[in-house]
Design a protein around this ligand. Sequence first.
Ligand SMILES: NC(=O)c1ccc[n+]([C@@H]2O[C@H](COP(=O)([O-])OP(=O)(O)OC[C@H]3O[C@@H](n4cnc5c(N)ncnc54)[C@H](O)[C@@H]3O)[C@@H](O)[C@H]2O)c1
Length: 268
Amino acid sequence: MALENRLADQVALITGGGGEIGTAIALRLASEGSAVVIGDLDPAKAEETARKVIAQGGRASFVGVDVSDPLACEAAVAVAMQSFGKLTTLVNVAATITPDGTVETLSLEQWNKALSVNLTGAFLMCKYGVPHMRAAGGGAIINIASQLGQLGVQGRSPYCTTKAALIFFTKILAQDHAPDNIRANSISPGFILTERSSKRVGGKDKARVINGPRHLLNRPGEPEEIAAGAAFLASSDASFITGTDLLIDGGYVTFKGRMTPEGKAVML
Ligand SMILES: NC(=O)c1ccc[n+]([C@@H]2O[C@H](COP(=O)([O-])OP(=O)(O)OC[C@H]3O[C@@H](n4cnc5c(N)ncnc54)[C@H](O)[C@@H]3O)[C@@H](O)[C@H]2O)c1
């Protein structure tokens, strides 16, 4: 099947769709024939992504949604139904930015915020999306987790914990909704070159130099490489894949070392 038709007949709701990885996923799913509904905390960013999809010839609508708010999640699903009449695909990309700190320095509010957006947000979107996916005859849920849900990192307990939990939540979703013909998988990206991830080290140029060598492929990933995985998991090419976590990490998790500019591995 030609890639431009691989996702024909699908309607995907993408949270965090105004962000860089979310936008890449929206553009990729739409380029393969899916209608896409872009949800984001920032409605202007959601609208911008929808405009890009339409400009490339795709079908899109958008909605402002705070995924930590049950009513807003329900409303976002309703917008998808009103826009395109069904829901087959749910991509949970939204995540909040959490300050670094330890149990002593992080506040309860900061901890709860990470949980409510990164983890409960996916729960809520599934809660309201699954009945419509079942009614459509099944579909695919794709939760964007992180390599840091597999390998923790000092000072980032809220992020790492929520991403680890999201991977596990996805496995139970897969079990609960296999009878509904709904597959559920997570993707764990490595370091992907976006504004959000690069800000920690002072911008994209620095991020390339600092974070690239942590991957066997000696470079950070691009949002489009995550989008390619999401399109695969949404498609019938992944028809026998459910309950898995797809690492798209350039070998980050498999490698405890750094690559030299010459491409040699230095073990730490
Ligand atoms: N960039 C990386 O290196 C990397 C690595 C691993 C995992 N990830 C994951 O990929 C996803 C996207 O990351 P990105 O780098 O594109 O970041 P991004 O900041 O560009 O995108 C995140 C989007 O989520 C939205 N958002 C935040 N809180 C929300 C809420 N409460 N409700 C709805 N939307 C909300 C933001 O407005 C933003 O548009 C995140 O889940 C992130 O944890 C990123």
